[in-house]
Design a protein around this ligand. Structure first.
Ligand code: A2P
Length: 258
């Protein structure tokens, strides 16, 4: 059963983790406690989410600035940031180090200069944004892909998403007798990446853990690969601006993987 994936450092990453981005700070503690009780052993957190007492995207903030907006962002010095991450790894403070929201091109450039290669690239990944090209590139380089927004972030105010309402996903769910959310998560595991669903609801935290000891048959996996593809997290309003910040266009931010 796919409980863990092995990283290029030899460390193991649990295949299912709890996402915490955009979770209300007053609810996050309880949700994490519930998840640990249910059996989760992987929690995704970051300073950017504003609910944690590391970074995250291929952007750098101006010293002293507050808030993710293009005027506060400058060109990141990724080799320099990576050196600091490598120092954390070498000192033993981190068992593995990774990146997030890296395109194949950015990951390739980092691999060219890294002494310790990244263990993980955490990116948007769900049945409606499967990223097969990036997935294959990561795999060929021994970089584990971890999927955020594995349910397509239903109910989020900043993306319009109906990933869980996709008719093909619904059909497969009916066939295997699971919910669309469980099929979306299990699809991730069978595709070879870890998944980080967010929930603060005890029932859904449990449901999202029920993705082991059953599987999606090959024919249904093939059906899921026919789902129409669309990136939800384009980052346009946060990271892209015609005149300021490091990226002029969405194509530049994602190096055409859009
Ligand atoms: P809630 O906290 O009320 O459960 P993603 O992880 O893709 O970003 O999606 C997170 C969103 O999906 C949250 O709004 C969460 O709401 C909702 N959610 C989590 N688990 C499920 C599920 N099993 N079925 C439907 N919606 C879910």
């Amino acid at each position: 059963e796919i409980r863990f994936f092995e990283l290029n450092t030899g460390a193991k990453i649990p295949s299912l983790g709890l996402g915490t981005a955009q979770v209300d700070p007053s609810l996050v503690g309880e949700a994490v406690a519930t998840a640990i009780k249910v059996g989760y052993r992987h929690i995704d957190c970051a300073q950017l989410y504003g609910n944690e007492k590391e970074i995250h995207l291929p952007v750098r903030m101006k010293k002293g600035s507050i808030g993710i907006q293009p005027e506060n962002l400058i060109q990141p010095d990724i080799p320099c940031t990576w050196k600091a991450m490598e120092a954390l790894y070498v000192s033993g403070k981190a068992r593995a180090i990774g990146v997030s929201n890296f395109s194949s091109k950015k990951l390739g450039h980092l691999l060219d200069v890294a002494r310790v290669p990244p263990a993980v690239n955490q990116v948007e990944c769900h049945p409606s944004w499967q990223q097969p090209g990036l997935h294959a590139f990561c795999k060929s380089k021994g970089v584990h892909l971890s999927g955020y927004s594995p349910l397509g972030s239903p109910g989020s105010s900043w993306v319009k998403s109906d990933v869980l309402k996709n008719p093909i996903l619904g059909m497969v769910a009916e066939k295997v007798g699971k919910t669309p959310a469980q099929v979306a998560l299990r699809w991730g595991l069978q595709t070879g990446h870890s998944v980080l669903p967010k929930s603060t609801d005890e029932g859904r935290i449990k449901d999202n853990f029920d993705i082991f000891n059953w599987s999606i048959p090959e024919v249904s996996l093939a059906k899921l690969s026919e789902i129409e593809q669309e990136r939800l997290m384009t980052g346009d309003s946060f990271f892209v601006h015609e005149t300021c910040g490091p990226y002029r266009t969405v194509e530049e931010l994602w190096d055409g993987e859009i």
